[in-house]
Design a protein around this ligand. Structure first.
Ligand code: CP
Length: 309
C-alpha cells in the first residue's frame, strides 16, 4: 500500500510496526537535536480543504523533524475559490515535483478518489465523517503507552458518533488490537449501521463509565449536521457531559481522552480535561511521532534508495 487512506486497510501487524517506529521517533524528538535526515529529498504538500489546528501542525512538525521539504495549502486562501477542481489543484501541486500529499477534506472518500487518479502517496488527514487514520493510531498508541496494552481493554467512545471520523477509525484500530469497544451518546447521534461492527452501544453515560477503562470523549460536530436534530448544548451537557463529581462517584480510575478541539463545559469539564486522569496532551505529543512513522514508512516505498536513517 503506497497510501494511508484508512485504518480499515491495515492489519494488526501494520499497526504494531507503525507503533514500533513511532516509539523510536518519540525518543528522537525528545533529544536536544530533534531532527533526523530520513526524508531529506522528499517533498510533501499538506493540502487542507477543512480547518485544523492539531493535525496540520503535527504533520508539518513531523515532516520537518524528518528533514522533508514542506509546502502548506489551505483551500480558503487558494484558487479553489475561483472554481478550480480538487484534481486540478492537486495535479498542479504535483507538477512542482511533490512526492506526497497529506490531505484533509470535508467529503468522505476524497483521498480515495485522488488515490485512483494521481501518482503520489496520499495520507488521509481526515475525510468528512469517514476516517481519520493517524488520529486513531495516535489514540491507540497513547492507550498502549498509558496502560501497557490495548488488547483486553474496555474503551468507550462517547459523543457524536454519527458525524465523527475519529470514532470510525478508532473502532477499527481498537478492534484490530483486541480491545472491547462501547459507543455512548444520544440515540440520534449513533448511526444504526454501527451495530454491524461488533461494538456495544449504550445511551447511558454512567453505565458506560462504570464499564470502561478508557473514555475517549468527542465533541458534537455542529458543522456537519442540522442543529434542529440535537438538543441545546446545555441539555447535552446535562446527560452526556463528564464532570469531576460524576467521575468521583464511580470510585474507579478511568483514562480520559479527547481528540480535540474540546468544547469545555459541554462534553468535558475543565477539571476533568486538565486532571491527572487526562492524557489529552500526551495524545497530541504522540501525534508527531506517529505521523513521523507513517511518513517514513510510506517514503520508504516511494523512494527506497533515498531514505536513510
Ligand atoms: N484531532 C484533530 O483532528 O484536531 P484538528 O481538527 O485541530 O486537526
Amino acid at each position: 500500500v503506497n497510501h494511508l487512506l484508512g485504518i480499515k486497510d491495515l492489519t494488526q501487524a501494520d499497526i504494531l510496526h507503525i507503533f514500533e517506529m513511532a516509539k523510536q521517533f518519540k525518543e528522537v524528538i525528545n533529544r536536544p537535536i530533534k531532527k533526523v535526515p530520513s526524508l531529506r529529498d522528499i517533498t510533501i504538500a499538506n493540502v487542507f480543504f477543512e480547518n485544523s489546528t492539531r493535525t496540520r501542525i503535527s504533520f508539518e512538525l513531523a515532516q520537518k523533524r524528518l528533514s522533508a521539504d514542506v509546502v502548506n495549502f489551505s483551500a480558503s486562501n487558494s484558487s479553489v475559490s475561483k472554481g478550480e477542481t480538487l484534481l486540478d489543484t492537486v495535479n498542479n501541486i504535483l507538477a512542482m515535483k511533490v512526492d506526497m500529499i497529506v490531505m484533509r477534506h470535508s467529503s468522505a472518500g476524497a483521498p480515495h478518489f485522488l488515490a485512483k487518479h494521481i501518482n503520489a502517496a496520499i495520507v488521509n488527514a481526515g475525510d468528512g465523517t469517514h476516517e481519520h487514520p493517524t488520529q486513531a493510531l495516535l489514540d491507540t498508541f497513547s492507550i498502549k503507552e498509558k496502560l501497557g496494552e490495548v488488547a483486553g481493554k474496555k474503551v468507550a467512545i462517547i459523543g457524536d458518533i454519527s458525524h465523527s471520523r475519529v470514532a470510525l477509525s478508532n473502532i477499527f484500530a481498537l478492534q484490530k488490537l483486541g480491545a472491547e469497544v462501547m459507543l455512548c451518546g444520544m440515540p440520534t447521534l449513533i448511526p444504526k449501521f454501527i451495530n454491524q461492527l461488533g461494538v456495544k452501544v449504550s445511551y447511558n453515560l454512567r453505565e458506560t463509565l462504570e464499564w470502561c477503562d478508557v473514555a475517549n470523549v468527542l465533541r458534537i460536530q455542529l458543522e456537519r449536521q442540522d442543529v434542529k436534530n440535537i438538543p441545546s448544548l446545555r441539555e447535552y451537557s446535562l446527560y452526556y457531559g463528564i464532570n469531576k463529581e460524576l467521575l468521583d462517584s464511580l470510585n474507579k480510575e478511568i483514562v480520559i481522552m479527547h481528540p480535540g478541539p474540546i468544547n469545555r463545559g459541554v462534553e468535558l469539564d475543565s477539571d476533568v480535561a486538565d486532571s491527572d486522569h487526562s492524557i489529552i496532551l500526551n495524545q497530541v505529543e504522540n501525534g508527531v511521532a506517529i505521523r513521523m512513522a507513517v511518513l517514513y514508512l510510506l517514503a520508504e516505498k516511494i523512494k527506497p534508495k533515498s531514505v536513510t536513517n
